[in-house]
Structures are given as C-alpha cells and as structure tokens.
Design a protein around this ligand. Structure first.
Ligand SMILES: Nc1ncnc2c1ncn2[C@@H]1O[C@H](COP(=O)(O)OP(=O)(O)OP(=O)(O)O)[C@@H](O)[C@H]1O
Length: 323
C-alpha cells in the first residue's frame, strides 16, 4: 500500500507509475469547476488486464476522473494517456477501443434492446481490423448480461436493474481494450451482481483493462487487483484490499461464550487478549471468534480522518499509524 501526500507523485509500481505498456497513465491530474478544486493532483495507472477500483465518498471526484479518461470532460491540468493517446484529442479509432458504462445514459427509451445494440455494434464494424474480433453478436451480449429474451423489449419498459445490465452490454459490445465502469452494479439484484463479477473476471482474463467506480466495498474486494481511495481530490491510499485492511489501526473484536453466556471484547492486541482469556478459562471457552479489520474499516478510517482534518493530515496520520 502507498500513501500519497500533497504535491507528491505516487511511488514506483505497483502503486506508482505504470511505465511503458501501461493502458492508462495519469499524472498530476487536476480539475477545477469554477473556483472549486475537485481533483488536486491524481496519479494513477493501469496495466493491460488489470482491474483498478476507485473508491471514495460522494463528490470525491471519481466520475470526474473517469469522464476525463473517457475524453468526455476537459481537464484543468496534468498528463493523461489512455491506450497511448491523450483523451482530449483521441480520434474515433481510439474511441472504438474503449468501452464506457456511465452512471446514466440518455438514449431513446422507445428503442428496442436488440435494435440499440445492433445499431451500436455497427459503429465498431469499420474499426475492426484483420485479426481483431468483430463487435460481439447481439445474442451473445444479451446472454452475457442475462437479458436473453429481451431483444424486442422497449428500453423504457425495463426495470432499473435490467436497464443497468443493458448499459453493461453497451459497454462491451465493441470488445474494448479499456473498459470504464461507473457504478455499474447500482440496482443489481444479488444474482445479477454475481454474474457481473464473473463477467469482469472473464474480461480481465481476456486482457481487458478495467477501471471501475463503486460504493460497494465487497465488490471492490472481489474485483480489484488494486484499490485507490480518493478523498479531498487526491489518492489518499492504494493497495490490494488485504493490504489496506491489514494496515488499518482498528481494534480486533473477540467473541466467545462461557457457561452459555456470550461475551464481546474489542482489543488492539487480539493475541495477548486470547492468551490471557485461555489461560484463565481455556476449558470453559466455546464459540470463539476473532474479527480483524476489514477493507470497510480501512476505508472508513481514512475517510473519517480526511473529513476531520483534510487529506494531507489524514494521509500523514494514517502513515504514522501503519508504521
Ligand atoms: N459540471 C460540473 N460543474 C460543477 N461542479 C461539478 C460538475 N460535475 C461535478 N461537479 C462537482 O465535482 C465534485 C466531484 O463530483 P463527481 O461526480 O466526480 O464525484 P463522485 O466521486 O463521482 O461522486 P458520487 O460518488 O456521488 O458519484 C462534486 O462536488 C460535484 O458537485
């Protein structure tokens, strides 16, 4: 895990610069809306086939970051490269190599599902080069996202979750090399969510680079090769879910039962506490459980620190505590 403080760029890979061959490379990205600085120097990178998850509270700048990488939003400053091109000047051939699932689409609700996907697939056809696959056939797409049988349904008659599945199908119709997914599973039922996670793993296995935003920490843990936490316009921490959770200074929770009575105790040193407990009453202790810090604990700890004292202080305090 690495921590990034004001004005500093991320350290060397895997937390830092992507180096040659990176699918996405961002350095010192800044975005200002009016007089408000939303992004204050973001560094991030993703290697081909890597799944990078952006976490952060509402308004942290996740969508802004993703939209800049997609070429839909002009940045205020910084260097950005996606598949070797600057998104601000990327041409149609470059765009055809990307897949985008935005937070909301405003397409024509009276279109039918299959009609829209066929129409979009035609956009990619001229860019299919010898050796490169054609756009995905509509029937395959519908099966992949669990919408088989919905080809003739009008889009405005889909439920929220079905609409979101269609959004994912739209994102992958052109077999993208880089796929941006902005809160893709909002409104998914548990089965759709699991199917989607399988899809992300399959796409990553095919070497698709995926940049995903979510508020679902379980989802982040399941999918991410690397998680970046955004707060106060900066990447305040990054690492695997396990790395982030391991280093949070949260207490462990020990639960046990004795003579049928249940007990819970929070402790910074579970090993010492257990030793004492078992020495005192080892034969009588049953149903022993130890819960250690999770990604959620790490996330909450960092975001609360940020809210209390600003990102710079939060990152510095977090660094102190993980030493
Ligand atoms: N076009 C705009 N003009 C002015 N401010 C904007 C604009 N778009 C976004 N913002 C502001 O920029 C900040 C970051 O917004 P953004 O949508 O990137 O956050 P986010 O991390 O994606 O949030 P959420 O989790 O709620 O989707 C917010 O304070 C938002 O109000």
């Amino acid at each position: 895990m690495s921590l990034v403080e004001e004005g500093a760029h991320a350290p060397a890979a895997p937390g830092g610069a992507g180096g040659p061959g990176a699918a996405v490379e961002v350095s010192g990205l800044r975005m200002r809306y009016g007089s408000t600085d939303v992004l204050r120097g973001i560094d991030l990178h993703a290697q081909p086939g890597e799944v990078v998850v952006l976490l952060g509270p509402n308004g942290a700048g996740k969508t802004t970051t993703v939209e800049i990488l997609e070429g839909f939003r002009a940045r205020s400053a910084g260097d950005v490269s996606v598949l070797g091109a600057d998104p601000a000047t990327g041409d149609e051939r470059w765009r055809a190599r990307l897949g985008v699932v935005m937070q909301s689409w405003r397409d024509h609700g009276r279109w039918r599902v299959g009609q829209l996907l066929s129409h979009l697939a035609r956009y990619y056809t001229p860019y299919a080069e010898p050796g490169l696959p054609e756009p995905r056939p509509v029937a395959d797409l519908l099966e992949t996202v669990g919408l088989t049988g919905y080809a003739h349904r009008r889009i405005n008659t889909l439920s929220g979750g079905q609409r979101r599945r269609l959004d994912v199908a739209i994102g992958i119709v052109g077999r993208p090399e880089v796929l941006f997914l902005d809160e893709p599973t909002a409104g998914f039922d548990p089965e759709a969510r699991r199917d989607f996670h399988d899809l992300v793993h399959a796409l990553a296995d095919e070497n698709t680079t995926i940049l995903l935003t979510t508020h679902d920490l379980d989802e982040a843990e399941k999918l991410a090769d690397r998680i970046l936490i955004l707060a106060g316009g900066r990447v305040t921490a990054q690492g695997t879910a396990a790395e982030l959770a391991d280093r949070v200074p949260a207490d462990a929770e020990v639960k046990w039962a004795r003579h049928g009575q249940r007990f819970v105790h929070s402790t910074p040193d579970a090993t010492a506490f257990l030793r004492e407990l078992l020495e005192e009453a080892g034969d009588e202790v049953t149903d022993l459980e130890v819960r250690r810090a999770t990604l959620e604990d790490a996330y909450m700890s960092l975001v609360r620190r940020h809210e209390a004292g600003g990102t710079h202080d939060a990152a510095a305090a977090f660094t102190e505590e993980v030493r």
